[in-house]
Design a protein around this ligand. Sequence first.
Ligand code: ZN
Ligand code: ZN
Length: 404
Amino acid sequence: MADRNDCTTHHLDFPDPEGAEFPQPRAYDAEELLQPLTDILDSASLNARQKGSIYEFVTDYVIADTGKMTAQEARDIIEVLLVRIDDYFFKGGLTQGPIRLIRLRVLDESRYLLNGFYLPPTQYYTGRIVIYLRDYISGRRRATSDILTTLVHELAHAYCGIFFNFCPVNNNRDIVMANGGHGILWQQVYQAMYTHMRTWDPRLARVGIRTPPAVPFPFVRSYYDFMSLNPRFRNAWDVTDLEPWEPRLLPNPRWHWRPARKEMFKRALLRMTFEGYPHFLSTRVITPLVAYRLYRAYKYLEVLTRGVIVASTFLSVVAAIWGFWQTTSGLRQDTLIVWDLGKRVASSELSVSEALVQAAILTDSFSRSSLPKSAQLVISISFLLSVSFIALKALTQALIPFSA
Ligand SMILES: [Zn+2]
Ligand SMILES: [Zn+2]
């Protein structure tokens, strides 16, 4: 490969901002790629053309509401923003040159652990930026500022990936490719872009800031790990596995599919659409946000239930003593029972099923005793809480791996 290296195309000067020339793929050193961005950041005053571009961008951005638009409308407005950003920062090199180097794909769906991605161009395929309109945690449409952050992030990938020279003599691929494509050059380009964009308008103050996830990342991961064990989903995915038979396209349009072959082809398409099991799974189970809320409710109720059991035991002991003094006789037996049960409830490492049995016994014995109504009410409430706690625990255990 070394003899095919041509350094005359590797170390060019980035085109002058006012000139007509477009940047060329694989042609620039890192300093050259960074220069136009740092120039913009350094310059105290922008020229009239730049101010006009900023005004147009902001005008388009403020009418965009990717939460409410149809997928097509959202796609159209994101395309406009993409071209404007390319125009402003990269001299239109990605979208306006002799051949368009980047296309946009916007999908009204969520993707397992992803907001969007950049697909580099190949000899046969135009480069692509893919953006998901939906959040993979809640399943809801993402806010426009989040979408813009993803767009800027992916555009920084496209800029570095396409225009950096990757010169084998310099051998500093890592400047772009380290850390999954988030090398130092990418970081500086991305940061320069959003830092500058934030000065355009107060409504752009959140560009480059990712909304903190509503569900902790480890929960999302273990939730899908747990769900992936479900044989129902596993079987549905396994029938899409056609590795032994590669579907062939028919050479003559008048020939017909053999039914079995057609079925295989459909499955192969299904597998291509989902690419991997986690993504296939994420389209078939409730979102992690719903599961997380159930899990949190269970945790709160667990603490609450233990508190109520201890408190009601204490109260019924007090009530029993009070009743003993009031009636002077007949309650000695009840008091002893309550005292004994109370000690066991309060001191032992009480399991949930034990709590239920204890509460049931207490309720039963109190209903026949002459204890005050208030004490019976407290016991009944703790009984009801125990039941709902057990029901929620069962539900959560069916959904979530670490509720043991
Ligand atoms: Zn070179
Ligand atoms: Zn990235």
